[in-house]
Design a protein around this ligand. Structure first.
Ligand code: PLP
Length: 388
């Protein structure tokens, strides 16, 4: 049975090369990298140092600015809570956007319950934050701006260089969640004015359960995990060595040949969007038409339920996609991102996200267009609202 995987924004396949790099750290160099009093430990430490250097090089950072974490969610929590707590004597006001991932949204909500104040900047109909809005929102008691580099649902890229420059001009720290951006957006922290940046291995062909937080030299945030002296005393816990080594190799590969990679994904994405638009009436593209991730297509198909579409795509056509129309919690509320860009509830409910990796092909895209066209026709024929 042929299956088509178009849910790479949720997670990617661990590449063969990454697995090959990881295996020795599970079988041969399995020592604790803190046990540098013996050769076994020193071998493991070398792997850890190399992975840190690879992540740093991919971002234009210094290895001493890279801290490994258990996932992207932990990196986001750490940047936001760590700043809020470290700077609470200066102020208790934070700024984020209305379309952040739950790792940021729910952390901000938790801080509000602890007495911090959060401004959620609105976005335009493409999902872009306005630099003017940020400028107006900054107050003397603001300590952090946290805005994502690329949105995980609609793929929109945020003007991070501009937003970061505004935060910097006001002496406010800037964090960006770059979990979806790694491997698509060129990032050079030597020139990009951000103080903290989160990433997650499983979005670029490393395993799940490993991430990193970049913290610019001179930025001191509070620790969240107490224990041993790992990660230069800032994040305790014996390192997840296989996955860290895998992430080092994966980020090196993901940031090489970015232009060719992006051109390939853009071609797949645009082929899918054009095919859907030509074959299915009453479809909207969500997100920015050009300032978007090359591998993201998010569409709202009127008069059908996203959940029903997904189920048919999965069961009838063995195509894996995703919907932003319902939260992972199983709630029937449409996603906060689709509502923030102004979609009415009934349109948001008919939304689908297709996300590509370089392992997808044009043939898969054509099969997806054909299957989706067939399924939408079938479902709309059952809809009392669709007049055809
Ligand atoms: N931030 C964004 C934008 C994401 O897309 C995700 C994962 O979907 C995360 C954070 C969380 O990363 P992790 O799955 O590593 O916890």
């Amino acid at each position: 049975m042929k299956r088509i995987y178009l849910d790479n924004a949720a997670t990617t396949r661990v590449s063969d090369e990454v697995i090959a790099a990881m295996l020795p750290y599970l079988t041969t160099y399995y020592a604790n990298p803190s046990s540098t009093h013996h050769e076994y430990g020193r071998e493991a430490r070398k792997g850890l140092d190399q992975a840190r250097a690879q992540v740093a090089a991919a971002l234009g950072a210094d290895p001493a600015e890279i801290y490994f974490t258990g996932c992207g969610t932990e990196a986001d929590n750490w940047a936001i809570r760590g700043t809020a707590y470290a700077k609470k004597d200066k102020g208790r006001h934070l700024i984020t956007s209305a379309i952040e991932h739950h790792a940021v949204m729910h952390t901000c909500a938790a801080l509000e319950r602890e007495g911090f104040e959060v401004t959620y900047l609105p976005v335009d109909s493409y999902g872009r934050v306005s630099p003017d809005d940020l400028e107006k929102a900054i107050r003397p008691d603001t300590t952090l701006v946290s805005i994502m580099m690329a949105n995980n649902e609609i793929g929109t890229l945020e003007p991070i260089a501009q937003l970061g420059a505004i935060a910097k001009a006001h002496g406010v720290w800037m964090h960006t969640d770059a979990v979806q951006a790694i491997g698509s957006v060129p990032i050079d922290l030597r020139t990009l004015p951000v103080d903290m940046l989160s990433l997650s291995g499983h979005k670029f062909h490393a395993p799940k359960g490993v991430g990193a937080l970049y913290i610019r030299k001179g930025v001191h945030i509070a620790r969240l995990i107490e224990g041993g002296s790992q990660e230069r005393g800032q994040r305790a816990g014996t390192e997840n060595m296989g996955s860290i080594v895998g992430m080092g190799v994966a980020i090196e590969r993901a940031t090489q040949n970015l232009e060719a990679h992006n051109a390939y994904l853009t071609a797949l994405r645009d082929r899918l969007i054009a095919g859907i638009m030509q074959n299915i009436p009453e479809v909207l593209l969500n997100g920015h038409p050009t300032e978007r991730l090359p591998g993201n297509a998010n569409v709202s198909i009127r008069y059908v339920e996203g959940e029903a579409l997904l189920m048919r795509l999965d069961l009838d056509a063995h195509i894996a996609a995703s919907t932003g129309s319902a939260c992972a919690s199983g709630s029937l509320d449409p996603s906060h991102v689709l509502l923030a860009i102004g979609l009415p509830h009934e349109v948001a409910h008919g939304s689908l996200r297709f996300s590509f990796s370089e392992e997808n092909t044009a043939e898969e895209v054509d099969e997806t267009i054909a299957a989706l066209t067939r399924i939408v026709k079938f479902l709309r024929a059952l809809s009392p609202l669709y007049k055809g």
